[in-house]
Design a protein around this ligand. Structure first.
Ligand code: SF4
Length: 234
């Protein structure tokens, strides 16, 4: 048991899309953030994003009457989500988790391995739509966002195996623009396998080597404690 405990302390045993992104940009950065939990300052844009996501959730759930100013550009979309929520076809900001076999489990269960939160999820029979709310800049054809959507779609396909069609939409709330993706079952099975391998690498790593680069270190909160930081070395 002692061995198990110390191993858990040395690995990042739960993953999400954002954790994977952090880890792959630099394993040491993930170590500081998720194992050592070194405090970080929150960027004002991130704070704003969280606030707007909360407003969207409250509005869809009927906890606030008026459409918040920040959601005006998607007034009709949010009306439809609100109606769908009342009809039991829409869920919002649900915390979903899965184990190593990608089977549904508790958010904080003994066997929890992967976690994801979908901003809005629409399910009508064997059709589902994953919606992600974006604030800030509009990034059309963003490969990272497409991959994020493919992970969410893979997860919901495992959670609801009866699904035949899964779409994903990115709603750029500040721009009144939507990017849409459609996923076939076969490509999701392939995407899931790729994510699985990447997540295994992350959740079994015990070394957390640094991979300094101009990009990784520029957006790192730990440059002051990391002796390998790109700017220190160059
Ligand atoms: S400063 Fe650079 S090398 Fe060090 S943890 Fe951050 S990203 Fe990694």
């Amino acid at each position: 048991m002692v061995g198990e405990k110390s191993l858990k302390e040395k690995t990042i045993n739960r993953w999400s899309y954002s954790r994977l992104g952090t880890y792959e940009s630099c394993p040491k950065k993930a170590y500081y953030r998720y194992i050592k939990k070194v405090p970080e300052e929150q960027h004002p844009a991130a704070e704003r994003g969280i606030k707007i996501h909360n407003l969207a959730e409250q509005y869809i759930k009927g906890e606030i009457e008026e459409v918040p100013r920040e959601l005006y550009l998607f007034y009709e979309g949010f009306e439809q989500l609100k109606e769908g929520y009342n009809d039991g076809e829409v869920s919002v900001e649900e915390q979903w988790a899965f184990n190593l076999s990608w089977e549904k489990t508790d958010w904080d269960g003994e066997d929890t391995w992967g976690r994801y939160i979908i901003d809005a999820f629409v399910k009508q029979g064997n059709y589902a739509k994953v919606i992600d709310f974006k604030t800030g800049r509009f990034k059309d054809n963003n490969e990272g966002y497409k991959k994020q959507c493919s992970l969410y779609a893979s997860c919901v396909l495992k959670r609801f195996p009866e699904l035949e069609k899964i779409d994903a939409e990115l709603w750029y709330l500040d721009h009144h623009k939507i990017t849409r993706f459609h996923f076939e079952r076969d490509e999701l099975i392939e995407a899931k396998e790729k994510f699985h391998k990447r997540a295994i690498s992350m959740t079994t790593d015990t070394e957390f080597k640094t991979t300094p680069s101009e990009f990784a270190c520029r957006f790192c909160s730990f440059t002051n404690i990391c002796k390998d930081n790109f700017y220190e070395r160059s």
